[in-house]
Design a protein around this ligand. Structure first.
Ligand code: DAH
Length: 342
């Protein structure tokens, strides 16, 4: 036993004084001390020569020795990994490679702006599918089959299923929200819509809209106007004038279109407002009682208003974009111009 103690002591001293100056000598240390034919293994083998009553004590000593060597190995390994960095040829003070940062798309920027204004009035955001069934895109919105107003929007039909269309407006999401039956509803529903139109600088076969819906007891046209006034002032400034023109949409009664005084020429007349001094920005109205009933809402108890606006046109006006096709070509030279836009 004493012999073993002395041996361990001597090995400890040796291990402590062994130095390693690079990864190669660290590895040599590991093999010599901790390898399968290493010193630790060898000395463990001496257990069999220890008298039975001393086995417990010897076991503890040997374990302690093993831990000692392992700690020394970790120490040498650590020390050498730092030296390696310090002595290598890498200049850590050099600046890194700059990664190009993307930018938000102008349509997203405008969408976020619109959404954030209505969020301040307590509107929540909802989305719906771009492939819709006939009921949500037309039927429930008071546009039964063969209704002439279906021709107001040129529809893409899905070949495999005549009941499916690419939604022509985000009004379909109104239906989905009302069907859930959680009243009152104060929702904003942005999304992409599709229409079978010839692509030109002014129009595209897909674009984006934001739909708004407010359903509660005693909601009136005055609420609609106040909400939209607030939106316009926040969006275009205090001095912008607003006008409502009577219009027709099957899903609202009465219906209106809202114009704002041209924010480019201030109402004097320019190319943007086609010399009228006004720019049309949205359609709106009081939700038709048939639409409420179609969604299981009692029109005698609840009323509401809805509105829908395009996103591309206001975005193009704000950022001075003169061709709608630029918005879907994904040319980074175009897109990166909006890096700092808000
Ligand atoms: N869905 C209409 C369109 O795409 C826009 C619209 C008009 C939406 C009146 C509405 C509304 O919610 O009340 O042209």
């Amino acid at each position: 036993m004493e012999q073993l103690l002395n041996k361990i002591e001597a090995y400890k001293n040796e291990a402590s004084s062994t130095v390693a100056t690079d990864t190669k000598t660290v590895e040599e240390f590991r093999i010599k001390w901790l390898g399968t034919k290493g010193i630790v293994k060898e000395i463990m083998g001496e257990m069999k020569n220890v008298a039975p009553e001393k086995k417990k004590e010897a076991g503890q000593l040997l374990n302690e020795f093993k831990q000692f060597v392992e700690a020394r190995y970790a120490e040498l390994k650590d020390a050498n990994s730092t030296t390696e960095h310090q002595t290598s040829n890498i200049d850590l003070s050099l600046p890194g490679d700059e990664l190009p940062i993307g930018s938000r798309h102008p349509v997203t920027l405008m969408r976020n702006r619109i959404v954030s204004i209505f969020q301040r009035l307590g509107f929540a955001v909802a989305e719906g599918p771009e492939i819709e069934d006939d009921w949500h895109n037309f039927g429930a919105l008071n546009l039964p089959e063969h209704h002439p107003a279906r021709d107001m929007q040129d529809t893409f039909y899905i070949q495999q299923n005549p009941d499916w269309v690419l939604r022509t407006h985000t009004s379909s999401v109104q239906i989905r929200e009302m069907e859930k039956g959680n009243l009152p509803i104060r929702m904003l529903m942005p999304g992409r819509v599709y229409r079978n139109e010839t692509v030109s600088a002014r129009s595209h076969c897909f674009f984006h809209q934001v739909e708004g819906l407010y359903i509660d007891e005693n909601v009136s046209f005055a609420d609609l106007k106040q909400t939209l006034y607030f939106f316009v002032k926040e969006m275009y400034g205090k001095d912008v004038k607003v006008r409502f023109r009577p219009s027709y949409f099957p899903f609202t009664e009465p219906s209106a279109e809202m114009d704002v005084s041209c924010f480019i020429c201030g109402g004097d007349g320019c190319n943007i407002c086609k010399k009228t001094g006004w720019v049309e920005i949205l359609g709106c109205g009081m939700v038709h009682p048939n639409v409420l009933s179609n969604c299981g809402i009692d029109p005698n108890k609840y009323t509401g208003f809805a509105f829908g606006m395009g996103i591309e046109r206001p975005a193009m006006m704000k950022y001075g974009i003169n061709d709608i096709r630029l918005l879907s070509e994904n040319d980074v030279r175009f897109l990166k111009q909006f890096t700092s836009a808000i």
